[in-house]
Design a protein around this ligand. Sequence first.
Ligand SMILES: [Zn+2]
Length: 493
Amino acid sequence: MTRVAIAGFLHETNTFVPGLTQWEDFARDGAWPGAVYGDAIFTRLASLNLGIAGFMEEATKRNVELVPLVWAMAQPSGVVARSVFDHIAETILKGLKANTVDAAYIELHGAMVSEDHADAEAELLRQIRAVVGPTVPILGTLDLHANVSEPLGLIPDLLTSYRTYPHTDWGLSGQRAALWLDRVLEWKGKGGRAYRQAPFLVPVTTGCTYTEPSGSLYRLIDKIEAETGAALSLNMGFPPADIPEVGPSVLAYAATQAQADAAADHLMQALLAAESGFAAHRPLPVEEAVAKAITLAENAHKPIVLADTQDNPGAGSRSNTTGLIKALLDQKVAQALVGIVHDEKAAAAAHAAGLGGVVASLGGGLDGPGQEPLEGPWIVAALSDGRFNGTAPMLRNKESKMGLTAVLKKDGVEVLVASIRQQPIHRETFSHIGRDPAKVKILGLKSSAHFRAGFQEIAETVIVCLAPGDNPEDPALLPYQNIRDGVRRRPQA
Ligand SMILES: [Zn+2]
């Protein structure tokens, strides 16, 4: 019987956000479960839309014996603390030393930066390789937003990345890794591995596979895989990371180097040809976006969605800026609903004041214009404990926890404030507290693209707007110091 060790360590690091990501950020339940060890991985994670869950499901069908080690993930945020990286690495290495296995599977994000390691996953894989040796296969899954370096791509025997953004195929990627297991075992560490890097960055919002050219590029992968027999991945990269290897890449793995090279070159050609398509995306400044939404809402049957992409917590932003809310108030919208503003103080004040009570101010936290708290009075219009079951396909069967939550109202604008930072993925984010997002005129969401899996079908249209936040939509605005030479900081720059 084949024995496979399984583990997960996921973080998308925005190196421009101050402060370290600590163990409590990995341990806490929120939109995802907190850290899980050993056999609890089977019970806690099995039903979720995660790489490790997909791998477990498919491997179990194939009679593989699984050796669960540890799984930990935190919301995107600043650089990962040394103690966190060392703890997870030690736990995985200890498990591998204590168990003889035929292969190791690890669920990674691919854009983690730790205090000691700018290329954190490559370092982890290097340490794993040193323990298991050259012939025990290492397989893994990566997020579509991985910033892949050559070592990260070439140390393992096979990596496969999500092909959707919103990431609805998270679990499928793990299944896919398990489907390759038998072939990778046959390669005995001698399979072909190809890595290619693109010469331009792709803004986070522009990589959404509901839009072009991203949708077509990801659909091409199946075709090239069928033609070449390689396992192929396209990683869009995660721009707010000040590291040399930031940006898009292609990975291919196959029985021979020639197969892997052919697959990687074909997909890279398509990516290079798509550069002008990425450059064509033009998000609107927030005032202009709100004005357009007001006009469109007059004749719309469904909400106009404003995507507040630059304050998206899913890209590490603090999710507390008030630029969009201010623009909605300034332009006197008749009815708008905005969320999720991460503001523990305002949520606690709302619960203390009770329904109909008053909260003095909300949000704010960055230094700069439009980033200060927004003064009230804000009327407490609804309260909840922030627990709900979400139905969006990106995360399934998971009780979401937002901590103390409230809806605060001023003039025509209602704002959902919560105590645990996360992005609005499920419509139940709002409906659990008595606000039907399908029934509002204008819906402001602090998200870049993940919201689309749950909200696209109730939206008349989506307008991506530019309000203050830690995730500049245009990567050329980021003060990089460590990026490699020769990279265009946005498409066709
Ligand atoms: Zn991602």
